[in-house]
Ligand binder design. Structure first.
Ligand code: TMP
Ligand code: ASP
Length: 253
């Protein structure tokens, strides 16, 4: 295969120049990191699962009119996406208290929040992605007021969609993180959902048992991350029914 130009390598993905202008190939690695890469491991099959799961969620969003960067899956580990200018914010939506919110405000994990809470972190690994307010975002020009209105509306639509999809398979969407990019159609700019939506970037708890089915399994040493993500994929029908083990993944096409 012809060598492709690598554009960027992150902790969990590599981006390559796409086959047509304005496209990018997003390659999902098996690397798992937590706490700003202080904890690292290779988890067999994670990249394959996240490629499939992100495809599933992004396709669903595209189908209900929430624009995303996803164009199509290319193979087990790669998808073609629309190139965009990433807004340097991590947008977090929370339905239940967990993680840094619980720590920061002393609210017990699992407490149902009175309404979805949207938070913004400035995307900078060196600073550990600090929480910022809309004042910082406006003052430093990371996004305009119109962008912020659009970001809030996109984040809440993603929350409604993802909560419904998960609830239908017995999972509570506790919280999640998305990234948003700018694309230009002629003179107009639009915002689209970018990066990935996967159990790496969500908290997913089984409704009956509370079992964690997301990256907290790795962060907190709770067992096999591959088993947890496989369970999410199996419930969503992204895996064949008889596939129970996937150290060497056997996902359907
Ligand atoms: P937090 O409770 O650690 O702030 O995480 C909130 C949500 O954001 C959780 O679903 C995990 C996700 N997340 C990421 O996707 N990337 C990150 O770097 C962090 C810190 C959290
Ligand atoms: N994504 C971050 C890291 O790789 C933090 C996390 O997800 O916990 O370190």
């Amino acid at each position: 295969m012809a060598r492709r130009k690598k554009i960027y390598e992150g902790k969990a993905k590599i981006l390559y120049e796409g086959p047509e202008p304005g496209t990018i190939v997003q390659y999902f690695k098996d690397d798992a990191t937590a706490f700003n890469a202080q904890k690292k491991d290779v988890v067999d099959g994670k990249g394959v699962l996240n490629n499939r799961l992100s495809e599933y969620f992004m396709t669903g969003l595209n189908n209900i009119g929430v624009p995303t960067h996803f164009i199509r899956r290319l193979n087990m580990r790669e998808q073609l996406v629309r190139s965009c200018e990433i807004i340097p914010l991590e947008i977090i939506v929370r339905n239940f208290a967990a993680g840094s919110l619980s720590k920061r405000l002393g609210i017990e994990e699992g407490t149902s929040l009175p309404r979805p809470i949207v938070e913004y972190c400035y995307k900078d690994d060196k600073l550990g992605d600090p929480l910022v307010t809309e004042e910082h975002i406006a003052a430093f020009g990371w996004a305009s007021q119109q962008d912020m209105d659009d970001i809030l509306s996109l984040a809440l639509r993603v929350n409604d969609f993802m909560s419904g999809v998960m609830m239908a398979v017995g999972i509570n969407l506790v919280d999640f993180k998305i990234e948003i990019g700018r694309v230009y159609d002629g003179d107009f700019q639009r915002l689209i959902i970018a990066d990935e939506i996967s159990p790496d970037s969500c908290r997913l708890w089984d409704i009956e048992t509370g079992q964690k089915l997301d990256k907290d399994v790795f962060r907190r040493d709770l067992g096999s991350l591959t088993d947890a993500y496989t369970e999410v994929a199996r419930r969503l029908g992204v895996m064949p029914k008889n596939a129970t083990q996937i150290t060497r993944p056997t996902l359907i096409n």
